[in-house]
Design a protein around this ligand. Structure first.
Ligand code: MN
Length: 498
């Protein structure tokens, strides 16, 4: 479900024919070495493909258009080894439509003090040529990433790796399709939004279905398939009966197994990658989808509760951006619930009625069956666990009426001081940066929602770069944030993003 295309990135080195064949041979050799070493680093999630040195308007234009057409190309990385007059790049750049990384590096690390002469200077002048190129991209008003540093540094390679994941998010965004099971929760504002504008900005397709159309897929699931999945649940998760009758418990779990299979049939048949539900509109479903949604999220589907299609698409996007990541700690739908305001122990208890992705679980998850005060259905089965500790990002995409804003908060997930034996849902406890007071005040001033898309595996930089590529505002809340500056920033952005 989470597989992305076998994406590649093209490495295009700029130069010109003023320096003679010997110099151009060195340029090609150096850029080949850089590409080989980057690919060998083991740090990049996608392959880099070397391209012949770009020295003429025609070749530059053709190469960028080939990059546009190549389905596997997720972006172009440019580097001006020597000087490359940037008027040559105008047409190619104007016609280019994919993510662009300007890699501002240099083949040699150190100035060769004893031997340096003008030939060396002419051949190794990215400090010069990359400025000419950068000027042109800025003048064209193109969104791009600039990464500076020696190509052999692992810190530089890791930044390229992070950008590659952002680029894949930019490419994959336009393939995200969200199925809305019923409509938005009545009277709720922050989960609403302009779906046409979302398709124009992000490429998302957001379609509604009557809940009983999906419930029909659930009714069609065979008893045998349900029993097999219940067996899988029982072998994989701790069964936390807590005094309930064993047989009745298993029947409740089986309802969720039917929902998982039925929903997935529906999503696969109609090619959707994210979904929303609404506890107030469940049609013939016997339980609010809980365990079933948690399992679908773990498989890579996006999810938003109460009709929140924006968060569903963001969860899907962030799962795509982290696809195949080694040592990934998880990505989930999340909701701000309740505070701990004890000095020195401040934080927000995060959870949802049921639907938190087990990819963020710290250790094995258990299944519980408990009453749900919301809605009017039988007690739903759900996975319970506590989230891993560590740094993470929580993001909220809001529709301000005339435009979208992405609010990005760096948070530190912690263990709660004590267990919460009476709370039958999966939880995380985090302190927003820079601290709870400023973090929460900033979030509210920026208009952030109570629902978030949450990940340990992405950075604020990556999410902000994605927003910039989409042409929307990003508001960062992190250790640099002060209320006074944030309020100014929001005012300035109001003028910029008209
Ligand atoms: Mn909610």
């Amino acid at each position: 479900m989470l597989e992305t295309r076998n994406y590649q990135f093209w490495f295009c080195t700029g130069s010109q024919d003023l320096y003679g064949d010997e110099c151009l041979a060195h340029v090609a050799e150096h850029s080949r070495t850089i590409v080989e070493e980057l690919n060998r680093s083991g740090l990049l999630p996608y392959e880099i493909v070397w391209k012949p040195t770009l020295i003429t308007n025609e070749l530059i234009r053709r190469t960028f258009n080939e990059a546009n057409m190549d389905e596997n190309c997720a972006g172009v990385i440019t580097w001006m080894h020597t000087f490359s007059p940037a008027k040559s790049w105008i047409l190619g750049l104007q016609e280019y439509r994919k993510p662009l990384l300007h890699f501002h590096t240099q083949f040699n690390r150190e100035i060769p003090y004893d031997t340096i002469d003008m030939d060396f200077m002419n051949e190794n002048q990215s400090a010069h040529g990359d400025r000419e190129f950068g000027h042109m991209v800025t003048r064209l008003g193109m969104e791009r990433k600039v990464i500076m540093g020696h190509w052999s540094d692992s810190s530089v390679q890791k930044r390229i790796a992070g950008w590659m994941r952002t680029a894949v998010g930019i490419m994959e965004s336009s393939h995200i399709r969200v199925a809305r099971v019923a409509d938005n929760m009545r009277n709720v504002a922050v989960t609403e939004g302009d779906k046409v504008e979302a398709q124009m900005k992000f490429g998302w397709e957001v379609d509604a279905y009557p809940v009983n159309e999906i419930a029909g897929y659930v009714q069609d699931v065979s008893k045998g398939d349900i029993e097999a999945l219940v067996e899988e649940y029982y072998s994989r998760y701790a069964i936390l009966l807590e005094g309930r009758d064993e047989k009745e418990f298993r029947e409740h779990v089986a309802v969720q197994a039917g929902i998982e299979i039925g929903f997935e049939h529906f999503l696969m048949e109609k090619d959707y990658h994210a979904l929303v539900t609404h506890f107030g509109d469940l049609g013939s479903l016997k339980q609010l989808p809980g365990l079933a949604i948690q399992r679908l999220m773990e498989k890579g589907y996006g999810f938003g509760a109460e009709g929140d299609w924006k968060t569903a698409a963001m969860v899907r996007l962030m799962k795509l951006m982290t696809a195949g990541m080694e040592g990934a700690k998880g990505t989930s739908f999340m909701e701000d619930y309740t505070y701990n305001l004890v000095p020195g122990k401040e934080g927000i208890l995060e959870a949802h009625m049921l639907e938190v992705c087990p990819s963020i679980a710290d250790g094995p998850a258990g299944i519980k069956v408990c009453p749900l005060s919301m809605g009017d259905r039988e007690d739903p089965a759900r996975l319970v666990f506590a989230a891993k500790t560590g740094a993470a990002v929580a993001v909220s995409l809001v529709d301000l009426g005339r435009r979208f804003r992405l609010i990005i908060n760096e948070v530190d997930v912690k263990k709660t001081e004590k267990p919460m034996p009476k709370l039958p849902v999966a939880t995380a406890f985090w302190t927003p940066r820079p601290n709870l007071i400023t973090g929460a005040e900033s979030w509210i001033l920026a208009g952030g929602a109570h629902h978030t898309a949450f990940s340990y595996d992405l950075t604020a930089e990556q999410m902000g770069d994605w927003a910039a590529a989409m042409g929307i505002e990003a508001v960062y809340i992190d250790n640099e944030t002060t209320i006074r500056r944030l309020k100014d920033e929001l005012r300035w952005n109001e003028a910029y993003y008209r």
